[in-house]
Design a protein around this ligand. Structure first.
Ligand code: GRF
Length: 211
């Protein structure tokens, strides 16, 4: 994890944010919408995906945001994919990278070069991984939610930035619960990315402070 350039250490103006997506990109859309207000303090400089033809990429294109695709299958191994993704990101000089429904674990090059914020549809450390909503439902929890965290080398193990709780209803399916989580998740992500962009953060052990 590299230190976030704070508003004091980066050039004046909005923070440059790159967003990585794999799917529908409703979290991305929330960030795009928020960034229209100059007071939010964010310019989305690029949207990257690990596959072609995603709705998330289409959302970026509609808004004139530069896009790129970097597929694992186009590379010999994960290390060369990591190098390629790091090069894509570096070309856009982001102050912050956000993984919003990006279904790949980032490699060490990307993590060494950038502060990365991930959003996850469960209250970590409960239910890490790609099936968080189904896992929470199967476990029978009555409250779940979402977590924004800094990304480290583990699976959803990085220091926590923000969490919001969402009750589980008796008749919830994975789809209904995930949709309810996502509506809360979008506002959590918009809030935390904006605060990081405007104020930076400090990290002591696992404790994140946004001044
Ligand atoms: C979000 O719930 C995210 O936490 C999870 O996948 C979902 C992505 O939704 N990993 P969207 O693509 O932003 O609509």
């Amino acid at each position: 994890m590299s230190p976030t350039p704070t508003p004091a250490t980066r050039p004046p103006g909005p923070a440059r944010v790159a967003v990585l997506v794999s799917g529908t990109g409703s979290n991305l859309q929330a960030l795009i919408d928020a960034s229209r207000d100059p007071a939010y303090g964010v310019t989305i400089v690029a949207v990257g995906a690990d596959r072609h033809g995603t709705v998330g990429l289409q959302r970026a294109e509609r808004h004139g945001i530069p896009t790129f695709v970097c597929r694992v299958s186009d590379h010999d191994d994960r290390a060369s994919w990591d190098r390629a993704l790091a090069a894509h990101l570096a070309s856009h000089v982001p102050d912050l990278v956000v993984t919003a429904g990006f279904m790949k674990l980032l490699g060490e090059r990307v993590l060494a070069a950038h502060t990365v914020v991930n959003t996850h549809p469960a209250l970590l450390p409960a239910f890490p991984g790609a099936h968080a909503v189904a896992d929470a439902l199967a476990y029978g929890v009555r409250v779940t939610g979402c977590t924004a965290h800094l990304v480290d080398g583990g699976v959803d193990t990085g220091p926590i930035l923000a969490q919001r709780a969402v009750p589980v209803e008796d008749d919830d399916t994975e789809e209904t619960l995930h949709e309810r989580i996502k509506s809360v998740e979008r506002s959590m992500l918009v809030d935390v990315v904006g605060r990081l962009a405007r104020h930076g953060h400090t990290l002591t052990d696992r404790k994140v402070t946004i001044p």
